[in-house]
Design a binder for this molecule. Structure first.
Ligand code: TPP
Ligand code: MG
Length: 401
């Protein structure tokens, strides 16, 4: 009979947790000052599915203070948010004037999340925005005219009129991967970007965004798991805006906080109020620092609301009006203005001046976009594939010794 092995002493719970990684609960840090307490009830009226909102329309708490942002940085974020909103108002006007080829997508109510998350990236980090992250493009150095020309399919647009929405990137200067319309597929791409950088001896952060709908794809799982297993610096912002087109979150998943999925990959996550740019910045900054240190990926779930339809064609009549009213009170720009005013960083006259300045700037951007000619038929076959416009050279030949 084999000799019985002496029973090993049971490690203390704390030591066990250290060895096995943290527990699921410990891995999610909730930075919110307000928990959302409402539900949707699905009923039928005249044979049609109708959603009724069960909750109270309350006022939001003040924003969460962070020492991570200086006055100048906070004001820069505010300016980008305003630009984001005013640019989208111009895009809506351009569409209504028949100048847009195709649709227009808006990030109304999500400006604070788009801007503050991108703001947390360093110059060597990468990003890959989704359609609603037009604010992140501004942070990364694109001009509003680039976005406008893109929607108008003008020859001066980043894709020289070959695409009518957001499918453009900039590998050379801005370290930006073009959005991929197949939801979820940017995640493994960004994990691959981190891997490529590591093979060249650099640990970087690669940020991308995904919606509550997009996080249900299989490739989300594959991508996040790969990044986790390889400890790649993926920073994944889940913009949980409660609707995936006309499907409410409750119809799609049995969990309330999508961040808890992180435990399945053994990685940390944050839950933040997506209408509070300070929380978004704080969580993303920590995630970026972790990526730079080779610590692996982080998920940040931002709770917010898509304040318009899926795109301009969609009146979003399926959204209960009181739900919109609840979130209208959480307008990120209004909330941030309140914070900046309380801090004494933004006075009434400065606010008016800034807004007027951006209006003028945006009108000039629009005029420049309008004056760009449409592409001509003779070069329609050019600029789709690389015609020696790039000079790809292998950066990496073999493993670093
Ligand atoms: C893999 C995949 N499935 C379906 C679609 C079609 N589609 C485009 S956007 C969208 C809804 C996305 O909702 P969500 O991810 O919550 O993002 P939101 O629009 O709310 O920002 C769908 C289903 C797609 N582009 N890719
Ligand atoms: Mg959504």
């Amino acid at each position: 009979m084999p000799k019985a092995r002496a029973a090993r002493p049971r490690p203390a719970a704390a030591a066990l947790a250290r060895r096995n990684g943290q527990t699921a609960a410990a891995m999610v840090t909730d930075l919110r000052r307000e928990k959302l307490r409402f539900d949707l009830r699905e009923t039928r009226r005249d044979g049609k599915v109708v959603y009724e909102w069960e909750g109270r329309v309350t006022d939001p708490p003040p924003l969460r203070e962070t020492a991570a942002l200086s006055r100048d940085q906070a004001l820069a974020i505010y300016r980008f948010m305003l630009m984001n909103r005013i640019m989208e108002q111009q895009l809506e006007n351009l569409y209504k004037q028949g100048q847009v080829v195709g649709g227009v997508y808006f990030g109304l109510g999500q400006e604070g999340c788009s801007v503050a998350s991108a703001f947390a990236l360093g110059p060597d980090d990468w990003m890959a925005p989704m359609i609603r992250n037009q604010g992140s493009l501004l942070v990364r150095g694109f001009a509003p005219r680039d976005v406008m020309m893109q929607y108008m399919a003008k020859s001066g647009s980043p894709t020289r009129g070959r695409d009518g929405t957001s499918h453009f990137g900039d590998l050379e200067k801005r370290r930006m991967i073009s959005p991929i319309s197949m939801l979820g597929d940017l995640i493994p791409v960004m994990a691959g970007v981190c891997l490529g950088e590591r093979m060249q001896g650099r640990e970087v952060a690669a940020m991308t965004w995904i919606g509550d709908g997009g996080q249900s794809t299989g490739v989300f799982h594959e991508g996040v798991n790969f990044a986790a297993a390889q400890r790649l610096g993926l920073v994944l912002v889940i913009e949980n805006n409660l609707w995936a087109y006309s499907t409410p979150l409750q119809r799609q998943v049995r969990i309330t906080d999508l961040a808890v999925r992180a435990a399945g990959y053994g990685i940390p996550a944050f839950v933040v109020d997506g209408t509070d740019p300070l929380q978004v910045y704080e969580a993303c900054r920590q995630a970026v620092a972790r990526a730079h240190a080779g610590g692996g990926p982080t998920i940040i779930e931002a709770k917010l609301m898509r304040m318009k339809g899926h795109a301009i064609h969609d009146p979003a009549s399926y959204v209960p009006p009181r739900l919109l009213e609840f979130w209208r009170r959480r307008d990120p720009i209004v909330r941030f203005e309140g914070y900046l005013t309380l801090k004494g960083w933004l006075g009434e006259s400065e606010r008016t001046r800034l807004r007027a300045e951006i209006e003028v700037e945006m009108a000039a951007e629009r005029a420049a976009a309008e004056s760009s000619p449409m592409p001509t038929p003779d070069d329609v076959l050019e600029g789709v594939y690389c015609e020696r416009c790039h000079h790809p050279t292998p950066h990496f030949q073999g493993r670093p010794s």
